[in-house]
Ligand binder design. Structure first.
Ligand code: FAD
Length: 502
């Protein structure tokens, strides 16, 4: 006999995590009323109110929901994002772009960057960005959608969005409510455990209303009301590798047309983001209180904001890491309650999306077999660890020793997995992708080279190619890309036209 199906889902929290979860699960609601989804949120508590940059995976999430892109962009004041520019990270004065999509085109089964390394060994110093369509378009402030024909050079473009996360949550709220999700406004003042103590039986509102469910999603942000405060699931603390523990966020009026990329500038004890949406620029300073006090951090932020501030800086504290179990009993933590890695590579909304997709693929029956939790927790552990390594790479691979913060970063002990990846790249120029990790070879190569990790050698297969032939191929590639980019509309024009036409 099969176990009974889940009949009621309760989502506590209505930030991006809560409404993304509600929107994705709303397809489970049918006319027979066999499934109910209730989302509880409190306007008085509000949401974290930051989170503006995404990675290309968000497109798949929106497509899964059947969302019209132009409508979504208007509703969330979105702009297009082609990558992230890192300034002053390896050395003061350095700048490189981690573009979406790869540099160049692989040839004869050999990764493109080996051809670039081959030329470099011969003294040709052309930056690798010269061969990235996304990076060139970003620098030129131009944009177009990728061409659907894989033979077109424009098929190599990849993009994501910058948007207002609060507007995204509002947009998804309309979507989810239209599909039958019930929203309850108010503050949860008490959480009741199941008789065994291992799960959640109900949440109790300030009004006295008691909301029961078969499964609960903890989307209560850093507070982690269910998974942390109630079920006491411990937190794995990664602050030894990611020492930043504070953020100051401050929007400003836009200056000039919106850039189609995020900017991340290293600072004496952390870094500062600049994210353009349609009507404002998101700015924020991520720093470590161990190395800088709050007042200095605020002065650093204000000094680099290039438009009139639209609000006072908002302070947020955090600890890099994640819950030791993401799914415990009948409670699944999604969003900041599950964990947080600083937004250096814009991965938080991705973790939300990945948590939801994995949950749907393991969708439980009421008896909730252990194997489902085990698989979910294993998967999310791996996701967090792989992204952690990629983020730590930016800090560890620095030559800066101008402040105590950077001296700490360049000498800290690394996770073995990251050390292995760096050493292998240094020795062979190769990056291997394990377990379908989020950041594939092109991303690792872009950041390793951008952070000045230079491999000792290149693929021996191309060692015998005449260097003149390699130079010719790469020159043609660079010309074709530069030419294609020159003919693209500006990002501002494309955006205005696209959003108006939608
Ligand atoms: P929140 O937005 O905090 O929502 C919590 C919800 O729980 C709210 O609705 C609140 O009302 C509700 N709640 C809490 N307690 C109760 C209660 N007792 N009763 C009822 N309701 C309750 N992500 C990206 O992808 N890209 C970025 O560029 C990015 N930048 C970031 C910068 C910073 C400094 C930080 C801190 C985060 C950033 N993030 C970014 C992460 C992103 O903001 C979050 O992952 C995302 O918004 C999800 O937040 P959340 O929904 O988990 O939490």
């Amino acid at each position: 006999m099969t176990a009974p199906s889940i009949g009621s889902i309760v989502i506590v929290g209505g930030g991006s995590a809560g409404w993304m979860t509600a929107a994705a699960l709303s397809s489970l609601i049918d006319e027979r009323g066999a499934m109910t989804i209730t989302l509880v949120e409190s306007e008085a508590i509000g949401s974290v109110g930051v989170g503006e940059a995404t990675i290309p995976d968000i497109l798949a999430f929106n497509q899964m929901l059947g969302i019209d892109e132009a409508e979504f962009m208007r509703a969330t004041e979105a702009t297009f994002k082609l990558g992230i520019e890192f300034i002053d990270w390896a050395r003061p004065g350095d700048r490189y772009i981690h573009p979406f999509g790869q540099h160049g085109v692989d040839m004869e089964g050999v990764d493109f960057h080996h051809y670039w390394l081959r030329l470099r060994a011969d003294g040709v110093e052309t930056p690798i960005e010269t061969y990235s369509l996304s990076a060139l378009a970003a620098r030129a402030g131009r944009f177009t959608a990728p061409h659907p024909d894989p033979r077109s050079i424009l098929s190599h473009l990849r993009y994501a969005y910058h948007f207002d996360a609060a507007l995204y949550a509002r947009y998804l709220r309309r979507y989810a409510e239209a599909r039958g999700v019930t929203r309850v406004e108010g503050i949860v003042t008490q959480v009741d455990r199941t008789a065994s103590g291992e799960g959640i039986a109900a949440v109790v509102m300030a009004s006295g209303e008691r909301i029961t469910g078969d499964i609960f999603f903890d989307c209560t942000g850093f507070r982690a009301l269910l998974i942390g405060e109630t079920l006491d699931v411990p937190y794995t603390d990664w602050s030894a590798w990611l020492p930043c523990d504070s953020a100051l966020a401050m929007p400003s009026a836009p200056v000039g047309p919106p850039l189609p990329y995020t900017r991340s500038t290293a600072q004496p004890a952390g870094w500062q983001w600049r994210i353009p949406t349609q009507r404002r620029t998101g700015n924020g300073h991520i720093y470590s209180r161990h190395f800088m006090d709050d007042d200095t951090a605020e002065a650093v932020l204000r000094a680099r904001v290039d438009g009139a501030p639209l609000a006072e800086p908002r302070q947020i504290r955090f600890t890099a890491g994640h819950r030791r179990r993401f799914w415990s009993g009948n409670c699944v933590a999604i969003g900041l309650s599950a964990g947080f890695l600083e937004p250096l590579e814009s991965t938080s909304l991705y973790f939300i999306q990945e948590g939801i997709s994995r949950f749907i693929s393991l969708f439980p029956t009421k008896d909730m077999p252990d194997i489902l939790r085990t698989e979910y927790n294993r998967h999310m552990d791996v996701e967090f660890e792989q992204v952690r390594d990629f983020i730590v790479l930016h800090y560890a691979a620095t030559e800066r020793d101008d402040t105590p913060f950077w001296r700490y970063c360049r000498t800290m002990d690394l996770p073995d997995t990251l050390r292995h990846k760096i050493e292998l790249f240094r020795e062979t120029g190769r990056v291997f992708r394990y377990n379908d990790e989020l950041f594939a070879r092109p991303s690792w190569v872009a950041v390793m080279l951008g952070q000045r990790i230079m491999p000792r050698r290149y693929d021996p297969v191309i060692a015998t190619l005449p260097v003149g032939d390699v130079a010719h191929s790469l020159r043609s590639m660079a010309h074709a890309m530069a030419d294609a980019v020159q003919r693209l509309p500006t990002h501002a024009d494309y955006l205005a036209h696209y959003c108006a036409a939608g």
